[in-house]
Design a protein around this ligand. Structure first.
Ligand SMILES: Nc1ncnc2c1ncn2[C@@H]1O[C@H](COP(=O)(O)OP(=O)(O)OP(=O)(O)O)[C@@H](O)[C@H]1O
Length: 649
């Protein structure tokens, strides 16, 4: 790649410059193809001002729900990936197949830079909107891509450096993209290629979990030409029905068999590809589940090593496992745990909210504030009216006002023709849940206060006040009182929202972890029995510090369920690297820079525990934790990395 290209972003003469470069060795073929699409198919003007399109919260939620179980698996893998590249200025991002960002993990210090660069949940990064970029181009090319600085088609994206890899579904279609992006980076191409390799591996791992989860109730043949690769990331997977026909294969199976399209395999009898009938496959799966056996393909006689897995759900039905309770999961029923603080919160919250007292929920991220708010709504006499959630941190500042207060027809240039009622009016009569209220801009705090005091709202561009009947629950992981004291949050609004404050305990503090683990497992297996957990695995789960709280626990359990062994049981091996082979209560193993010894001895354990306690006390605010501990922020980051503490996303 020429220096001129990496140094100078696209300019107004880009069309002719790019046209000249396409087809030369100066750009990689996929970047050239993407530029061509941007110029000739989408007619994008490279020098235009940024106008990142951002979807509203409801649309984002709907898209997240479409991904279903995959989102949990992806989130767990994103955390692993983030841990590996933390501190290097990257955000880890997940988009769906339309290149809409659905989840992101960013260092809180860099969040502003990423927002400035248009990388936030709900933003649309398709090539049509943003030109050549790591997410949109990976979708278009159906392949991993690195888009470095000036390779971005739009001039305003030239500060970005992105590595995107598609996550393919069982039919080989793009399900989403996993991406690592830096808003300002001094990384060389070499460092980038390392990041790209990690991103591709993680995307493959997510796709593999998706495949195994999707075909839980089928026979699965795993094979590879090298015995040591069976059971690992690059193994070939083939799902087979009871009649011995191929249901699906992954990309690695196509590579191993040297076949270019799934159509040549799917629907074919297994016996036409490999000399295996169903009786032989059954015998291998039942009696040799743990061993590898050689097999040659019929077409070319190439040797593979293979292993077969029987349908898990049917096998698990005979294994010791817990039966599901009645279907459906009203939020209220989810709080069955016997933790005394949660019981107090629930009793107190139900009584007061039922009498229209505004509730403020405080608790670290992932402690279940939204689930708790829904439980209060469902217990109220207005449970049949809408529960409307607004995440003030997920909506760009410029959109919060119209999202919340609505606008009238023609209120501003882009206003939809029919106007927009806004979340506050939508919730009228039901419950308005203001999540991450601490992130609401001060100017809007004033407007919200007026609505709460006067029980009426004036939409943007309108002049008539409309009455609203509000029941408000707000939540924040930040200490709102401290924000009031620092002048970052309006005191009068704080008292208006805070009829009572309920503090949700961290998962680490909860005494009902065992019940919660069982409840989460049951919720995640829609039909049939849930996997049972080995004693050792349960001990490790109970001893874990859980910085990401219930969200992290849920991710770990989803991943473990997807990776569940032949017998439908979860053992330590299914829990992931963090739970390693260290005995319960010990910190997980640390790799590299000689940290292992220090992190696993008693002093290391004590340091890790002290860090965790302080971080939790300071609601994961790095600056305040560093001040409290009397160390610099850099030192604190170094220690967080050394102990492999995962910062909540
Ligand atoms: N009691 C519960 N039972 C089952 N799942 C729960 C429970 N509480 C939380 N969860 C799960 O944990 C995850 C996080 O929950 P939730 O979004 O309510 O947390 P939060 O505190 O609002 O997080 P954030 O601060 O990031 O907004 C979700 O996947 C949710 O389904």
């Amino acid at each position: 790649m020429s220096n001129a290209l990496t140094a100078s972003p696209p300019s107004s003469r880009i069309a002719s410059l790019l046209q000249a470069r396409i087809g030369t060795s100066q750009v990689s073929p996929y970047v050239a193809k993407s530029w061509d699409r941007c110029l000739n198919r989408y007619s994008i003007e490279p020098d235009a001002e940024r106008r990142t399109v951002v979807l509203d919260t409801a649309s984002v939620r709907a898209r997240q729900e479409t991904l279903g179980e995959l989102l949990g698996v992806a989130r767990a893998e994103m955390e692993n990936l983030y841990e590996q590249i933390a501190g290097s200025g990257y955000a880890v991002i997940l988009s769906d197949a339309d290149a809409v960002v659905l989840s992101a993990i960013t260092d809180s210090q860099a969040r502003r830079d990423f927002r400035g660069a248009g990388l936030w949940v709900g933003a649309v990064w398709s090539e049509q909107h943003e030109g050549t970029n790591g997410i949109g181009t990976a979708v278009a090319e159906r392949a991993p891509v690195t888009v470095y600085c000036g390779e971005h088609f739009r001039r305003y994206n030239a500060g970005l450096s992105c590595c995107g890899a598609p996550i393919l579904d069982v039919d080989g279609e793009v399900l989403g993209v996993l991406d690592a992006s830096a808003a300002s980076t001094a990384d060389t191409r070499l460092v980038q290629s390392h990041t790209m390799a990690l991103v591709s591996m993680s995307a493959n791992l997510i796709a593999r979990c998706h495949f195994l989860g999707r075909f839980r109730d089928a026979w699965v043949l795993r094979f590879h030409s090298r015995a040591e690769f069976v059971g690992l990331l690059h193994e070939a997977l083939m799902a087979i029905d009871d009649d011995g026909n191929v249901l699906a294969v992954n990309e690695a199976a196509l590579l191993q068999l040297g076949i270019s399209s799934r159509a040549q395999l799917v629907g074919k009898p297994l016996a036409s590809l490999l000399p295996l009938d169903m009786d032989t496959l059954r015998r291998h799966a039942m009696h040799e589940a743990a061993s590898l056996w050689p097999v040659r393909d019929i077409a070319y006689g190439r040797r593979f090593f293979a292993n077969a897995r029987a349908p898990m759900q049917r096998r698990a039905a005979t294994a010791a496992s817990i039966k599901r309770t009645a279907p459906g999961t009203p939020a209220a029923r989810r709080h069955v745990g016997g933790d005394p603080r949660m019981q107090h919160n629930l009793n107190c919250g139900r009584q007061l909210f039922g009498r229209r007292v505004p509730i403020l929920l405080q608790g670290a991220t992932g402690t279940g504030k939204e689930v708790f708010a829904k439980a209060l709504h469902q217990a109220a006499s207005w449970a049949d009216k809408p529960f409307v959630a607004v995440n003030c941190a997920a909506i760009p500042e410029a959109l919060i006002e119209s999202e919340l207060f609505g606008y009238t027809r023609g209120a501003f240039t882009d206003a939809a023709r029919e106007g927009h009622v806004g979340k506050i009016r939508q919730s009228s009569g039901g419950t308005l849940f203001l999540d991450e209220i601490g992130d609401m801009p001060l100017a809007l705090q004033t407007r919200l206060l007026r609505v709460l005091e006067e029980h009426e709202i004036v939409p943007l561009g309108g002049d008539a006040a409309i009455p609203v009947d509000l029941h408000v629950i707000s939540a924040s992981h930040r200490n709102l009182l401290a924000m009031v004291q620092q002048g970052e949050f309006r005191e009068d609004l704080y008292y208006r929202l805070n009829g009572i404050t309920l503090e949700l305990p961290t998962l680490r503090e909860r005494t009902d972890k065992r019940e919660l683990i069982q409840a989460l497992l049951q919720e995640d297996v829609p039909d049939g029995p849930v996997p049972a957990i080995d004693d050792e695995a349960m001990e490790r789960l109970l001893a874990h510090p859980w910085p990401g709280n219930i969200r992290q626990l849920r991710n770990v359990l989803r991943m473990a369920t997807a990776l569940c062994g032949e017998d439908g049981r979860i053992g330590v091996a299914q829990l992931g690297r963090e739970f390693g082979d260290t005995p319960p209560g010990q910190p997980p193993a640390v790799q590299g820079d000689g940290g292992r010894d220090e992190a696993t001895n008693a002093l290391g354990t004590a340091e890790r525990d002290a860090l965790m306690l302080e971080l939790e006390r300071m609601h994961w605010n790095i600056s305040r934790t560093a001040t409290a501990l009397g160390v610099s922020r850099n030192t604190l980051y170094r220690k967080i990395r050394k102990h492999r503490i995962v910062l909540p996303g």
